[in-house]
Design a protein around this ligand. Structure first.
Ligand code: ZN
Length: 245
């Protein structure tokens, strides 16, 4: 069965900066879409901020198994009703993958319930990703570690709840470390945060970064729960006779 993936991108830097456009001429979302379309079991669409309803109508979200999110400078422009729709879908089982500066996106912050703050430095550090959970599905096929020659640095403390699973820890050439691949369960949905992807570096062209994102899509895809009662917001009949008072 195929996995329906929607890649959402703010798509502003690519249209306002020649340097970013040179790396992502069709936008970060199209680079990611091209990579994920190579997976035979993925059906991939894209959506961007400036489309009506940000490209995330109720129909689109209903038709989405995993939503990938990249945003940076226009988090505040994302309408709250669309954020609410995304969060409700995650609680009902949709996977959500937040990339890089999406740590400050409205849906990610809603799903975490914390400030999601971190320290950062834009100075072309080297980033080394260590796999700290080799048995996790998101680490499948990866070496013990891999490196990006140039990236923005994100450092601890990362203000998120303790992850339900930690897959990567990054080391940066300036000396900081960061929990760069984190998993959480939220309702019936799964959330993955993956750190790299500053817009001025070619990070999303890197084959191992693409592999992590593809692995994460498979992990975050809804688990079949056809026989499970999703909506428990009603009075519950007892399964056993109760004592009479
Ligand atoms: Zn950045």
């Amino acid at each position: 069965m195929s996995i329906r993936v929607t890649i959402w991108n703010e798509y502003r830097h690519e249209r306002s900066s020649a340097a970013v456009a040179a790396i992502y001429p069709q936008g970060i979302h199209e680079t990611l879409a091209q990579a994920l379309r190579a997976q035979p079991d993925f059906v991939v669409r894209t959506a961007t901020l400036d489309e009506p309803e940000h490209g995330l109508s109720a129909e689109v979200l209903q038709d989405t198994d995993v939503l990938i999110w990249w945003g940076h400078k226009a988090h505040d422009e994302v309408q709250d009703d669309v954020v609410e729709r995304v969060v409700q879908r995650v609680w009902a089982g949709m996977g959500f993958i937040a990339l890089h500066s999406a740590h400050f996106s409205k849906p990610f912050k809603r799903l975490m319930g914390t400030d999601c703050a971190l320290r950062w430095r834009e100075a072309s550090d080297k980033e080394r990703f260590w796999v700290v959970n080799p048995a996790h599905p998101i680490a499948q096929g990866l070496p013990d570690f891999f490196e990006l020659e140039r990236e923005e640095m994100y450092g601890e403390f990362f203000g998120v709840p303790q992850p339900d699973a930690l897959v990567f820890i990054s080391w940066f050439s300036g000396g900081e470390v960061f929990r760069s691949g984190c998993c959480w369960y939220r309702g019936m949905g799964k959330v993955f945060y993956f750190r790299p992807g500053h817009e001025t570096y070619p990070t999303y062209h890197h084959p191992l970064v693409q592999q992590v994102i593809a692995n994460a899509v498979r992990w975050a895809a809804p688990t079949p729960v056809a026989n499970f009662t999703r909506d428990v917001r009603r009075p519950s009949a007892p399964l056993e006779p109760l004592p009479q008072h």
